[in-house]
Write a protein that binds this ligand. Structure first.
Ligand code: ADP
Ligand code: MG
Length: 359
């Protein structure tokens, strides 16, 4: 797998251990594009997964934004669409990556700051609008509107130009970062409230923030340009069937598993240049159809937790996200020791020689 010619880039991020977790070296970012993971079935072996980029636990929010997201955001000012997904099990760092916290802002606040900065510096008069919705059990809900239990999902329609849209979804104009932020914070509170009422469903729904940037080009006879950015916190990819039962949870799980499966198929079909891309097989890919593939740039961030405790989930996540993997023998402890001794010996020899000559 190489990064050239990719329609959808796949990058991996390993979160740091939490204070409550026991540390080990089951999951290691071996280089800037290879992740090395203990084989869950045979701990004497490791499996190496290759990505377009791989970020270890010490890498903060800024490098990820600068290296991988910023170039994508730039393209919307050429009238293109771009999409960033965070994929992984609950607890692996999706929300931290896409949304972040006050002290460690993630992709969403960084992208919006960047967009407003661009607007201030540019001569064009940009019209910036946002929408924010979630897809829960294949139904679409507006997060910019407060909702009660009677709210039903919004329908998906096709306009005269055969573009897919969510009918009745609010699109709010925002003219500053502060204005965006207060809308967004309120929407996040909406999502959390709905989540508490409904069995913590926020980890079981996809949250999609769309920023639309529109402007008129005075040079080419008032042509209207349109750039779109989708930033997506996907539902947890864990296999809920392992721990949950009950009819509702089963319906939930199968909807999540199915929509993530379709997403994986779409990404793969785009990346291998398949003739048929199965956009229509899930609501999310259908809505994003115009923004995935073609001239659009896309990126999937694969979030994984470190540590042996999560190995099976980590392995499933990585297997979903990359087709390139290689089983290798674990580095054997005595080899490492031997190598170290050799290096240390040599160093000591040199230092010893230097010390002697100086004295
Ligand atoms: P998810 O959205 O995938 O369920 P979260 O983003 O909520 O996972 O992350 C789970 C926990 O790990 C949170 O407490 C979060 O603050 C922490 N965390 C995740 N990624 C990082 C990171 N890169 N650096 C520091 N803390 C992180
Ligand atoms: Mg989350």
């Amino acid at each position: 797998m190489t990064s050239s010619g990719h329609k959808i880039k796949v990058v991996c991020r390993v979160r740091p251990f939490l204070k409550t977790e026991k540390t080990d070296d089951a999951v290691v970012a071996e280089s800037n594009n290879v992740l090395r993971v203990t084989n869950p079935r045979d701990s004497s072996k490791d499996v190496k997964f290759q990505f377009d980029a791989c970020y270890g636990p010490a890498i903060g929010q800024e490098p990820i934004y600068k290296n991988d997201v910023r170039p994508l955001v730039e393209t919307i000012f050429n009238g293109m669409s771009a999409t960033v997904f965070c994929y992984g099990v609950t607890g692996a760092g999706k929300t931290h990556t896409i949304q972040g916290s006050d002290t460690e802002p993630g992709i969403i606040p960084r992208a919006l700051e960047h967009i407003f900065m661009h607007q201030e510096r540019d001569a064009f008069d940009y019209d910036i609008r946002i929408s924010y919705f979630e897809i829960y059990k294949e139904a679409v809900f507006d997060l910019l509107k407060s909702r009660d239990s009677s709210t039903t999902g919004l329908p998906i329609r096709e306009d005269a130009n055969r573009r897919i849209f969510v009918a009745g979804l609010s699109k709010k104009q925002v003219t500053s970062f502060e204005q965006f932020d207060s809308l967004y914070q309120k929407a996040c509170r909406n999502r959390r409230t709905a989540s508490t009422k409904l069995n913590n469903h926020s980890s079981r729904s996809h949250a999609i923030l769309t920023v639309q940037v529109q402007w008129k080009d005075d040079i080419s006879e008032g042509k209207v340009w349109n750039g779109r950015l989708h930033l997506i916190d996907l539902a947890g990819s864990e296999d809920n069937r392992r721990t949950e039962n009950g009819r509702d949870r089963m319906a939930e799980s199968s909807a999540i598993n199915r929509s993530l499966f379709v997403l994986g198929q779409v990404v793969e079909a785009l990346n291998i240049g398949a003739a048929r891309i199965p956009y229509r097989d899930s609501k999310m890919t259908r809505i994003l159809q115009d923004s995935l593939g073609g001239d659009s740039l896309g990126m999937m961030i694969v979030n994984v937790s470190p540590g042996e405790a999560f190995l099976q989930d980590t392995h499933n996540t990585l297997s979903f996200a990359t087709k390139s993997r290689e089983v290798v023998n674990k580095p054997v402890a005595h080899e490492v020791v031997e190598q170290r001794w050799t290096v240390v010996d040599r160093l000591q020899h040199h230092r010893g020689a230097g010390a002697h000559s100086r004295s």
